[in-house]
Every structure is written in structure tokens, then in C-alpha cells.
Design a protein around this ligand. Structure first.
Ligand SMILES: NC(=O)c1ccc[n+]([C@@H]2O[C@H](COP(=O)([O-])OP(=O)(O)OC[C@H]3O[C@@H](n4cnc5c(N)ncnc54)[C@H](OP(=O)(O)O)[C@@H]3O)[C@@H](O)[C@H]2O)c1
Length: 229
């Protein structure tokens, strides 16, 4: 049986990813900040990704019981500068966003790497966004015009770069690391403006979480296919 961990699994797309992994018959640790929010069938684990003690304790819990982790979905995120024009964004907007979207991902991944290596066939899925694509946002049909979040978009661009660096190093351990964009989903993050349901947004993460051996690594894609970096 596969062992999975999803961060930010208490609501939105992360909750759906955790739920769908359970449907695939996996043992799923739901990383949550309130244990009562974990979806049915999952194992709640207290995991504020900015709390080093909770990150270490989550790794210890999974390690002591299973000795390995087969799937890690780095889903937890926040957007600290929604509705703030780039010129108005402060270092504090950047800090709160990067704490979760960048440093939190590295903290969790770093803590789980020994368990991912022990799997021998692990998958890491990093939830990013097409807004992180410098290729797309610098083009004429500029996504930034509609969603110009300096902190959030650039934090996800950093996460894309991090995805490639992990992918390159970890492929020798059979670990495939990919970044995915769930599309514009109706969740708290978007003020429920998205046109896709959270369950639909989860689909691309599921695909990358369940890749067969020798599958792609170091990619950035949505359900429709590759996205330019
Ligand atoms: N929705 C979209 O249209 C869209 C588009 C592109 C990419 N994405 C990405 O998809 C992922 C899920 O987004 P979503 O729309 O489902 O967001 P959401 O509904 O706002 O949920 C965010 C999740 O992150 C968790 N979280 C925030 N700060 C945390 C922390 N310090 N430690 C642990 N968990 C924390 C929240 O936990 P609490 O419940 O405890 O607050 C919540 O479970 C994110 O990575 C997002 O960037 C979403």
C-alpha cells in the first residue's frame, strides 16, 4: 500500500487530492492545522508548514510507522498580496507568502527526503500556477494584467525552479518531482471565482502522484499539457 502526505489537506484542492488518494486505496496523511478538518478516511497530522517542530514531528510519525513515504503533495499555500498592486507590495507581503509557498515547501520536502528515498519509487507534486510562468506572463496576452500578484506569482516561480533542482538530484533515487497547475478553481484562495471545482483541480496532481516508474520528472504542466517556464 502506498503512503502519501498532502499538505494543506483541510480544505480546497488539497482536501480533494487527499480524498482522491484515499479512493485509490492509499494510506493518506492529511497535513492540517486543525485535525477536525482532515477528510474522512485520512490520517490527520498536525502540520503548519512554517513550524519546524511540526514538520519534524510529521516526518517522525510517518517514519516510525512506515519507514518510507511514497507520495508527497506540497499543496499548502497562501496569497499574501491579493488585490495589492505590485508597486504597493512590501517585503512583509513577500515574507508571509514565501514562508508558506517557498520555505514551507523546502522545510517539508527536506524533512521527508530520507523517507522518499526509502520508498525507492516516490513522487513529489508541487502545486504551482500558470501565473508563475515567466514565459506566459511576459507574453502579449499577459496573465499578469489580470492577476498581478508580485509575492504569490514570484513565490510560485521560485517553487518551479526548486522543482527542477530537486528533480535533477532525486531522479537517481527513483523520485519523480513535478510542478502542476490545477487551473482556476473555486476555492477560498480565489474567493470562489474559479470556474473549476476543487475536485477537477485535483486531477492533474493525482496524475503526477501516480506516475509509473520512468515517468517524467522536472516538468510543469496542467491537465491540458506542458506550461512554459
Ligand atoms: N484555486 C486555484 O485556482 C489555484 C490555481 C493555481 C494554483 N493553486 C494552488 O493550489 C493549491 C491549493 O490551493 P487552494 O485554492 O485549494 O487554496 P485554499 O482553498 O486557500 O487552501 C489553502 C490550504 O493551504 C493551507 N495552508 C495555508 N497556510 C498554511 C500553513 N502555514 N501550513 C499549512 N497549511 C497551510 C490551508 O490550511 P488552513 O485550512 O489551516 O488555513 C488550506 O488547507 C495551492 O498551492 C495554490 O497555490 C490554486
Amino acid at each position: 500500500m502506498k503512503i502519501a502526505l498532502v499538505t494543506g489537506a483541510g480544505r480546497g484542492i488539497g482536501r480533494e487530492i487527499a480524498r482522491q488518494l484515499v479512493e485509490h486505496g492509499m494510506t493518506v496523511f492529511a497535513g492540517v492545522r486543525n485535525e477536525s478538518h482532515a477528510p474522512e478516511g485520512t490520517r490527520p497530522v498536525l502540520l503548519d508548514v512554517t513550524d519546524g517542530g511540526q514538520v519534524a514531528s510529521a516526518a517522525k510519525t510517518i517514519g516510525e510507522e512506515f519507514g518510507r513515504l511514497d507520495i508527497l503533495v506540497n499543496n499548502a499555500a497562501l496569497c499574501g498580496d491579493f488585490g495589492v498592486a505590485p508597486a504597493e507590495v512590501t517585503a512583509e507581503h513577500m515574507r508571509v507568502t514565501y514562508e508558506v509557498c517557498v520555505f514551507g515547501v523546502v522545510a517539508v520536502t527536506h524533512a521527508m527526503i530520507p523517507l522518499l528515498r526509502a520508498s525507492g519509487d516516490a513522487r513529489v507534486v508541487n502545486m504551482t500556477t500558470r501565473l508563475a510562468s515567466i514565459g506566459l506572463t511576459s507574453a502579449a496576452d499577459d496573465l499578469n494584467a489580470e492577476w498581478p500578484m508580485l509575492a504569490y506569482n514570484s513565490a510560485k516561480s521560485a517553487l518551479n525552479a526548486i522543482t527542477v533542482l530537486y528533480a535533477n538530484e532525486l531522479r537517481e533515487s527513483g523520485i519523480l518531482v513535478n510542478a502542476v497547475d490545477p487551473g482556476h478553481c473555486a476555492t477560498d484562495l480565489t474567493g470562489h471565482t474559479g470556474t473549476r471545482m476543487a475536485a477537477e483541480g485535483a486531477a492533474v496532481a493525482l496524475r503526477m502522484a501516480t506516475l509509473g516508474a520512468g515517468g517524467p520528472t522536472g516538468t510543469f504542466s496542467s491537465e491540458e499539457g506542458p506550461i512554459p517556464w
